[in-house]
Design a protein around this ligand. Structure first.
Ligand SMILES: NC(=O)c1ccc[n+]([C@@H]2O[C@H](COP(=O)([O-])OP(=O)(O)OC[C@H]3O[C@@H](n4cnc5c(N)ncnc54)[C@H](O)[C@@H]3O)[C@@H](O)[C@H]2O)c1
Ligand SMILES: O=c1ccn([C@@H]2O[C@H](COP(=O)(O)OP(=O)(O)O[C@H]3OC[C@@H](O)[C@H](O)[C@H]3O)[C@@H](O)[C@H]2O)c(=O)[nH]1
Length: 386
């Protein structure tokens, strides 16, 4: 492997990374990238390893020994501090991060996103280790524009909706709207990390992902996750398409999101890892402002893309409306619109997303079809009564 060069032309020294939550969606892609394209070592921590199994076995893989899996729960495992000390950098991805949990398991959500993240911050700070912490775009909550009258022309003014790391406020609903338990816990851990930086000199970077999507995201209920489970929207809609069911639009599917391809987003994380002087002390939005759709438009596009990749015609009525109370239960609320401002990441790391929504859906739905279509068919064949 030729020596890697950072953005300022300096050679990058191989490093050891303690990656917590390495077995999840983002972790699996980051591990893949680090193994295929860099000389860095990864201590991969998680309670699950299914999504990185292909990187751990067989022993003949070219990166054997550079990635070592440690099955542990950071809630209660005394090995955590030792592993953080062995590494140059820790990346914390571990979290409960599916909206169906925020209002139904608010305690687990708050503990996971705040309390369980505390020791990681403390061990990094005490041992002078660098930390990249994964927060969320949900810390912005709702846009200022959403509080204006429906017909106000100001709603079209970007000043009322574009989300900026250093100036936008964090606007959540009432305490009864338990949806915000996640965003609030993430906000407090961000503030704590920021304070550790200011008072104790912690070298930190905070990442705010804006709906990163792609292969291996979440699970397909009844196939590789619980049948009653509710994953994030990509896997919900993927599951509906695989089962030839209508896609459920929560409260009319009017909310807007920007989706970024996981492989584009991982490039941004690698730039942060390898350019500490440019990344330390910063909070970065990572998203694709060009890929904005309403959830209804996402459903329509996924329906078209799936018909193309599967060769099966779409249903006559491809979507169905459901209320948020029916779908998520009491206490659900929603972010209305999420456009990331890209000034800071552009200036510091020169990063820009590349992949269009159509293209990223095409590769992701091709993956879902190849991975799950057979298993779904088998699971849907009813046993014949004897
Ligand atoms: N995917 C996105 O678009 C997105 C958006 C915003 C924020 N994020 C943040 O990025 C991070 C990673 O998200 P993801 O999409 O990969 O989610 P994910 O659920 O696929 O990955 C999280 C991983 O953390 C592990 N984990 C959770 N608690 C743990 C514990 N106590 N001990 C050990 N491992 C534990 C889980 O087993 C899982 O493998 C999260 O912090 C999430 O809040 C992701
Ligand atoms: O079947 C479904 C699932 C979801 N939805 C809607 O689709 C939108 C997106 O839902 P997702 O499940 O992807 O989750 P959200 O975008 O609301 O939140 C996510 O944002 C960033 C991260 O921190 C988390 O990964 C998650 O909180 C929401 O408006 C939701 O109500 C549907 O209309 N139908």
């Amino acid at each position: 492997m030729t020596t890697r060069i950072d953005l300022d032309g300096r050679p990058i020294k191989p490093m050891t990374i303690c990656m917590i939550g390495a077995g999840g969606f983002i972790g699996s892609h980051l591990c893949e990238k680090l193994m295929a394209e860099t000389p860095h070592k990864v201590l991969a921590l998680d309670v699950y390893s299914d999504k990185i199994k292909h990187l751990l076995e067989p022993d003949s893989l070219p990166w054997v020994g550079r990635i070592v899996f440690h099955r542990l729960n950071i809630k209660h495992d005394s090995r955590l501090e030792g592993l953080i000390k062995m590494a140059d950098l820790s990346i914390n991805l571990a979290a409960i991060c599916t909206p169906a949990d925020y209002n139904t398991r608010p305690l687990d959500t708050i503990y996971s996103n705040f309390i369980d993240a505390l020791p990681v911050v403390k061990y990094c700070s005490d041992n002078n280790k660098r930390l990249i912490h994964f927060s969320t775009c949900e810390v912005y909550g709702k846009t200022i524009g959403s509080f204006l009258p429906k017909d106000s022309p100001l709603r079209k003014d970007p000043a009322y909706y574009v989300l900026k790391e250093d100036t936008s406020p964090c606007i959540f609903g009432s305490i009864q709207k338990q949806r915000w338990s996640y965003a609030c816990a993430k906000q407090l851990i961000e503030r704590l990390i920021y304070a550790e930086g200011a008072e104790n000199g912690l070298d930190f970077t905070i990442v705010r992902p804006f709906n990163w999507i792609g292969p291996r995201m979440d699970f397909i209920p009844g196939i590789d996750g619980p049948i009653e489970g509710v994953p994030r929207v990509l896997a919900c809609f993927g599951n509906n398409l695989l089962r030839r069911e209508p896609l459920k639009l929560v409260d009319g599917g009017e909310s807007q999101r920007t989706f970024v391809y996981i492989k584009d987003a991982i490039e941004a994380v690698l730039l942060m890892i390898e350019n500490p002087d440019r990344a330390n002390g910063h909070i970065f939005n990572v998203g694709n402002p060009n890929n904005e759709v309403t959830v209804r438009q996402l459903a329509e596009m996924m329906t078209k893309v799936y018909a193309k990749v599967s060769g099966e015609p779409s249903l006559e009525s491809p979507t169905i409306d459901v209320s948020s109370k029916e779908f998520y239960g009491e206490g659900y609320d929603d972010s209305d619109k999420r456009i990331p401002d890209m000034t800071i990441i552009n200036r510091q790391l020169g990063w820009n997303p590349k992949t269009s929504l159509w293209d990223l859906l095409e590769s992701t739905l091709t993956y879902q079809h190849r991975t799950y279509a057979e298993a779904i068919k088998k699971s849907m064949v009813k046993p014949i009564a004897s």
